[in-house]
Structures are given as C-alpha cells and as structure tokens.
Ligand binder design. Structure first.
Ligand SMILES: CC(C)(COP(=O)(O)OP(=O)(O)OC[C@H]1O[C@@H](n2cnc3c(N)ncnc32)[C@H](O)[C@@H]1OP(=O)(O)O)[C@@H](O)C(=O)NCCC(=O)NCCS
Ligand SMILES: CC(=O)OP(=O)(O)O
Length: 335
C-alpha cells in the first residue's frame, strides 16, 4: 500500500520542525487538524485570525496556544507593517496604493502567504473557508511561480479505502481545482508537472493517462483533438515519460478494458496519473471518486509555486487538513 503523506513524513521526520501557517485559524477542522499535526511532531503551526476567535476555537478542542501552536492576529501583529510594504512593492504596478496594501496585509490569506514569502513559515494551507479562486490567486500573486514552471496547476492525491482489493492503487488526479479549460500545450505542461509530483508524493513511477471521452480514435471531436495534441506535445518534450492517450477512464483504470481498447499499452489499465481534459471533468471526477468510491482525496495541492501553498475543499475534514499539512512539508523538501 502506498504511504499517505502523514505516513511518509512520519517515516522521515526532519531535525528542525517546519512551520506551517494556517490562514483559517478559527475553523474547527483547521484547529483539530493542526493539533493532530503538531501532536504527531510533524510541524509547528501558526493559526491566523482574530486573537479571541482563534483562542476560542483552540479552547473548544481543549487546547491553547504554546507547545508548537502560535496565534497571529494580522490586525495586531508586529509583522503586518513589513508585509504591507512588501505587498505594495509587489503590486503597485497593478494600481495598489499604501492603503490597499495595508488592507491586503491584514487579510489572513495575504498575511499567511507573506509569512511564507519572507521565510517565517515553510508553507501555508487555506481553503476550508475561502474559495479556491481566492486561495490560488493570493498564492500566485504573493508567493509567485517557481522559475521555469511556466504555469501553476493543481492535483489531488487519491488513496483507495481499505475495503478495496489489495492491488488498488493510489493515484494522482490533475487538474481538478485550478486551470479551467487548458490548451493542449497547458495540458501537456500539467501532465509533466504531475509526473514530478507523483514521483515525490506517491513515490511511484508515473504512468500517465491523458483522459478523454474517446480511446484511440473511437470518437472524433475538437475536444478529443485537444487531448491527442497534448499527448503528442508531452511525448515530444518528455520522451522519457510513460504516457498514453487519448484514453477513457475505464481504459485507463481497468486492466482488461485497457487491453481491449488500447492493446499493448503499458499505461492503459495501470495508470496512476490521470490528466483530465478540463476542470469540469476533473473537479466532478475527483468528487465522485471521493464520495462514491470512498477514496481519501488530498488537495487541491498546488504545483509550480516558488514555495508551498496549498488549498482544501470547503467540504474537508480535520484529517484532510493534517494530510495536506504533511504534503506542504514534503513539498518544501523537493528540489
Ligand atoms: C487563477 C484563478 C484561480 C483565479 O482567477 P481570477 O480570479 O480570474 O484571477 P486572474 O485570472 O486575474 O489571475 C490572477 C493572477 O494569477 C495569474 N494566473 C492565473 N492563472 C495562472 C496559472 N495557471 N499559472 C500562473 N499564473 C496564473 C494571472 O496572470 C494573474 O496575475 P496578476 O494578478 O499578477 O495579473 C482561476 O484559475 C480560477 O478561477 N480557477 C478556478 C478555481 C475554481 O473555482 N475551482 C473549483 C473548485 S476547486
Ligand atoms: C476543490 C474544490 O472543489 O473546492 P470546493 O469544494 O471548496 O469548491
């Protein structure tokens, strides 16, 4: 069985404790997930939000600040002036003035991203309360992209429930959270980034399925052509990757159907990286796998940022929060 991020991290706990900033510090799931991460020795935590609200949320869990848990209230923090100045510097070309920069620095999402940008935290997580659009826009604008990343995209790590057969595999689904209607070039770029993420977080060699409603020419449509072109671009740019497309989900997932629909493929029926053609398919697909299939879904994990910042679904659980804290720390170790 593939190790989950918590298990992976626990197996190689770092000497120095990473610090993870949580921008929704008074949400009960965030607080419970943070206490679990801290209690397991995975990380120190900064809970961000109005002091009294965060204290009350901690108290509801029978806890208080101290012992690895700090509270930062952006309206009172000594760091907010520096963060406002940095934000002004970053965004003045977009019409941001001093007053707007101060206001932005006092919002928990910007404050958390600034903690990461300026080295006070290893990474940040938000999204239990905020929408993905708000979380991702802030991360892109404040933390910025990794040099050479080209774009930011997202993925989910999908772990089968214990009730599935022993050979059920963990998978990476992308993009289920961010890029709404990728071009062929963007799809190829999402797949290449996902291959790197799969190696790091699933610790498995990627077998990439470029998903479509067609398998190997069974349907003709511009939407199918987009995936065929993406597969070609990916193969041209990354001949080392094991990729097949276009494939329907059953051909990518079920060995006997993969063999029938894409004979001889080393990916069909065995794919552990599933690249969806657009956000409709990806977002609906991951939620169906999670809610009907019982898979643990960890994400949206962001790839392509200069430093780790990750999202959650507003439907997340406390366990999801602890898992994505672990992902955030593991990403900080990636080269
Ligand atoms: C970027 C996104 C997250 C927000 O879009 P938006 O609010 O319209 O913001 P913009 O398109 O203005 O983008 C914000 C900034 O990010 C940049 N950006 C957008 N997409 C990007 C990407 N994939 N990679 C890198 N940068 C990107 C833009 O260039 C812009 O930079 P700027 O502010 O310096 O000019 C958009 O991709 C989105 O809304 N995705 C869907 C999210 C969603 O609802 N998911 C479903 C639930 S998970
Ligand atoms: C990832 C996702 O779908 O987020 P939410 O459920 O918050 O919209």
């Amino acid at each position: 069985m593939t190790k989950t991020p918590i298990e992976l991290l626990a197996a190689s706990a770092p000497d120095t404790r990473p610090v993870v900033a949580l921008s929704e510090g008074s949400d009960p799931r965030i607080v419970a997930g943070a206490l679990a991460a801290c209690g397991a020795g995975l990380a120190d935590i900064i809970l961000i939000g109005p002091q009294a609200e965060v204290e009350a949320a901690l108290q509801a869990e029978g806890a208080s600040a101290g012992d690895g848990i700090a509270i930062h209230d952006p309206s009172q923090s000594a760091l907010t002036d520096t963060f406002a100045a940095e934000y002004l510097d970053l965004r003045k070309h977009k019409g941001v003035d001093e007053a707007k920069a101060r206001k932005a620095a006092e919002t928990p999402l910007v404050y958390a991203a600034m903690l990461v940008r300026l080295g006070h935290a290893t990474g940040t997580v938000g999204g239990a309360v905020h929408t993905t659009g708000d979380v991702v826009r802030t991360a892109i604008q404040v933390i910025g992209m990794k040099p050479d990343a080209g774009m930011v995209s997202s993925f989910f790590l999908m772990y089968p429930p214990e009730t599935k057969q022993a050979d059920a595999r963990a998978m990476l689904y992308s993009d289920c959270g961010l890029v709404i209607d990728p071009t062929s070039e963007e799809l190829a770029s999402i797949a290449a980034a996902s291959a790197v993420s799969a190696r790091a977080l699933l610790q498995d060699e990627p077998k990439i399925a470029m998903l479509s409603f067609s398998t190997k020419g069974s349907a003709r449509h511009p939407a199918v052509d987009k995936v065929i072109n993406a597969t070609k671009i990916l193969r041209d740019k990354h001949p080392e990757l094991n990729v097949d497309g276009e494939l329907q989900f059953d051909a990518a997932f079920v060995p006997s159907i993969g063999e029938r629909k894409s004979p001889g493929s080393s990916v069909a029926g065995q794919a552990n990286v599933k690249i969806f053609p657009n956000l409709d398919a990806g977002n609906i697909g991951y939620k169906m796998t999670q809610r009907l299939g019982g898979y643990l879904a960890i994400g949206p994990v962001l790839q392509g940022l200069a430093k780790p910042a990750n999202d959650l679904s507003r439907g997340c659980s406390a366990e999801d929060v602890t898992q994505i804290i672990a992902v955030t720390i593991l990403q900080a170790r990636e080269p």
